[in-house]
Design a protein around this ligand. Structure first.
Ligand SMILES: Cc1cc2nc3c(=O)[nH]c(=O)nc-3n(C[C@H](O)[C@H](O)[C@H](O)COP(=O)(O)OP(=O)(O)OC[C@H]3O[C@@H](n4cnc5c(N)ncnc54)[C@H](O)[C@@H]3O)c2cc1C
Length: 414
């Protein structure tokens, strides 16, 4: 009989893990309090970019100086809900300490392990399923006000180049021809191949979950209150009742600490709040996805309109949407595309699972190898979800992946 595995969390990381585990021959139950692909999931509202190049974390050298200034300026993409600061402070200080160059390089190397073959990994997961229709390989461009602004980001671009991530510069007439709608304020773009988008991240997650179920996987809608390691197997508390499985994967994104503490693991994952504006029926769309580099948000042509996604806000789970980050996105896109108009708009808030060193927790519990962590993918969960799922299935099946995963050890903060 196949071993029974519970995967808690049905965002992109959990759905990918469940499907790869099913393919590896496990009897898998995917458990979430939400519908896979629903609007409350972070995996629904992200920028949709298969961001091969996204290996540079938010904290980089100089953040101690720049960060406080940015958090006080409503024209900068970093916001703080000040009432939350006392609670956040111990975590924040450790997070900022990860801005040292040596740590940034270590983080970049770890993220490169998960990101570099993102398009192939999505195709390997989705090919032959209805989800494949949402995977759109293509270019990704960083757009800057000037070449000097691009060069000021040399620290990140040099590290990317060391990992083989390079692109082509576009300026002047060539830039105007490439995107005639661009404001003249923007004078430089850096175009990279081997990227892509998911044209509707929510529907993609839902389609993967439907496929998983149609092939014999089980889906349970439930809130998991606690998890406990047994001598053999695991016990999940759901509605006060215990359910037992042989093995467990925690793919619970920003909510991981609530369950991991009962297992003696401090995941130290903070919800890094991010926003999107979906501009419906715009009068035009760019051909491919862009990063507006000075305000650090992405512009992605999606099935339902033009999605503008980004902004980092610290403020926990409880507070609702803040007006200022959405206002910044609105002001900024008008500056970027002065002729853009739209009929209607959707606004969204989600929680990036941010760890102290911007690397996910990926691997077995140090004492209970039947429990595996796959959480904390901060800005790159959509990009790295399918590869993460494949690594989870390899580890559980005892197929040692030919990859050094030590940087992702789940107990490194405990
Ligand atoms: C504005 C914004 C833009 C982004 N843009 C990009 C992008 O362009 N490219 C990219 O790669 N990434 C991007 N990201 C990051 C990406 O969206 C996340 O890293 C990713 O969605 C995390 O996926 P996940 O499966 O770990 O978490 P989630 O999608 O949050 O899923 C976790 C699931 O676990 C469930 N859960 C948790 N605890 C329990 C429990 N106790 N019981 C039952 N269920 C539970 C939750 O209900 C949830 O459904 C962006 C994020 C934001 C906010």
């Amino acid at each position: 009989m196949s071993e029974r595995v519970a995967v808690v969390g049905a965002g992109i990381v959990g759905v990918s893990s469940a499907e790869w585990l099913r393919r590896a021959g496990f009897d898998v139950t995917l458990i979430d309090r939400l519908e896979p692909g629903s609007a409350e999931q972070t995996s629904y509202g992200n920028g949709g970019i298969l961001a091969r190049c996204a290996i540079i974390p938010v904290p980089t050298p100089g953040i101690w100086r720049k960060g406080p200034r940015m958090a006080l300026d409503p024209n900068q993409p970093l916001f703080m809900r000040w009432s939350y600061l006392p609670r956040l402070l111990p975590w924040l200080l450790r997070y900022l300490a990860s801005s040292r160059e040596a740590q940034v390089r270590k983080t970049a190397a770890g993220l490169a392990t998960l990101n570099l073959d993102t398009v192939d990994q999505h195709l390997a997961l989705a090919r032959g399923t209805p989800a494949e229709a949402y995977v759109k390989p293509g270019l990704y461009a960083y757009v800057y006000p000037s070449r000097a602004a691009f060069e000021a980001d040399a620290f990140g671009w040099d590290i990317r180049a060391e990992h083989g991530i390079t692109g082509q510069a576009l300026e002047g007439e060539a830039l105007r021809a490439w995107d005639p709608n661009l404001s003249p304020r923007y004078k430089f773009a850096y175009l990279m191949e081997d990227h892509g988008i998911i044209s509707s991240p929510g529907r993609y997650v839902a389609a993967l979950a439907d496929w998983f179920q149609s092939q014999g996987g089980h889906i349970q809608r439930a809130d998991v209150q606690a998890v406990q390691a047994l001598e053999q197997g695991v016990s999940l508390t759901i509605n006060g009742q215990s359910q037992t499985y042989d093995r467990l994967v925690l793919a619970t994104g920003a909510f991981t600490d609530a369950l991991s503490r009962g297992l003696g693991i401090k995941a130290e994952i903070e919800p890094e709040r991010g926003y999107h504006l979906l501009l419906k029926q715009p009068n035009f769309m760019p051909k491919q996805a862009l990063m507006v580099a000075d305000h650090k948000y992405v512009v992605t042509p999606m099935e339902d309109g033009l999605r503008i996604a980004g902004v980092v806000e610290f403020g926990g789970f409880k507070a609702g949407k803040s007006a200022a980050p959405l206002d910044l996105l609105r002001r900024s896109i008008r500056q970027f595309y002065p002729d853009l108009t739209w009929q209607d708009e959707e606004t969204w808030l989600g929680y990036r699972p941010a760890t102290l060193d911007s690397l996910p927790l990926l691997g077995p519990h140090p004492e209970h190898s039947q429990i595996l962590f796959a959480a904390g993918h901060q800005h790159i969960g959509l990009t790295a979800g399918p590869k993460t799922g494949r690594l989870v299935a390899d580890m559980m099946a005892g197929r040692h992946p030919n990859t050094d995963l030590s940087a992702f050890a789940p107990d490194r903060f405990s």
